[in-house]
Write a protein that binds this ligand. Structure first.
Ligand SMILES: Nc1ncnc2c1ncn2[C@@H]1O[C@H](COP(=O)(O)OP(=O)(O)O)[C@@H](O)[C@H]1O
Ligand SMILES: [Mg+2]
Length: 259
């Protein structure tokens, strides 16, 4: 969507609109950046595996070592293909169109990108995915960015390791698909809760060693995206116990798809 030109300063309303649009662009870039840095990092790790096992296969000429090296190289390459597919899907789907979307596969794609990072920080991921949950009316790309933001926040709230539970279900009133991301991390103090969705609100001193977080734009982008889906995002948190973000997205129905 092209942005309007900067308005003259006497037109305050137009100026606010202009700045809002600029802010949305910033938020969207921040969430895309989080995804791209995760994917690039993972891709690099996979390449290291390929390089190391290739060296091993060249050094050791017996069949057993070579079989093992080739098997590892094959597995790593298949993982690399999955990672590139995620990036290509993001690039291809520029229109960010809404369509009936199975969130289960979005969750699994996101875990492909994050499983190694989570292992490194000693975080175990549990999933409770209701296979019969209906598709949501959503942009898969955008929901994937929301999910990555929430998962990275959860990881950063557990510097000593912990558990993340990802749950997908149909809401009890049958109106929504409900996605819950629960961590066993630091929790959020009551005084901060009203501000966490504000742009630039952060309690982090800057990006961590993998270049993530610290901008205060992640949750603002999540809220923007969920609002654009006519969905809901809410948070429950207890200091010292952990935090849960619950997202509700409208269930896809025939009318939306035809619209
Ligand atoms: N899962 C979580 N556990 C504890 N605090 C959180 C969690 N998610 C978000 N927060 C708090 O909300 C703030 C804003 O999050 P976010 O908008 O993603 O920005 P950033 O990650 O760049 O700080 C974080 O700095 C942190 O204080
Ligand atoms: Mg964040």
């Amino acid at each position: 969507m092209p942005l309007p030109h900067p308005p003259s300063s006497n037109d305050a309303q137009a100026e606010i609109e202009y700045l809002r649009a600029e802010m949305r662009k910033l938020q969207s870039l921040a969430s895309l950046g989080e995804l791209m840095s995760t994917a690039t990092h993972e891709f690099n790790n996979v390449l290291m595996t390929v390089i190391n096992y290739s060296k091993l296969g060249i050094r050791n000429r017996d069949d057993a070592s070579r079989d093992k090296a080739l098997t590892k190289i094959l597995e790593a390459s298949e993982r690399a293909a999955k990672i590139t597919n995620t990036i290509l899907a993001q690039a291809r789907n520029r229109s960010e169109s809404m369509e009936p979307t199975h969130l289960g596969s979005i969750i699994n794609d996101s875990l492909v990108l994050l499983e190694r990072e989570m292992r490194k920080y000693r975080i175990s991921i549990e999933t409770e995915l209701d296979e019969s949950a209906p598709p949501a009316f959503a942009s898969g790309n955008q929901i994937q960015r929301v999910l990555l933001n929430l998962l990275i926040n959860a990881r950063q709230a557990m510097p000593e390791g912990g558990t993340i539970l990802i749950k997908l279900a149909r809401s009890s009133d049958e109106q929504w698909v409900e996605l819950t991301i629960r961590d066993s991390g630091s929790g959020i103090p009551k005084a901060e809760l009203p501000h966490i969705f504000d742009s630039f609100f952060t309690t982090k001193s800057g990006p961590d060693e993998s270049g993530k977080g610290g901008t205060g734009l992640g949750l603002a982008a999540c809220k923007e995206i969920i609002d654009a889906h006519d969905g809901r995002i809410r948070v429950q948190s207890t200091v010292g116990r952990g935090t849960a973000f619950v997202i509700r997205l409208p269930i896809a129905n025939g009318q939306q798809a035809a619209a």
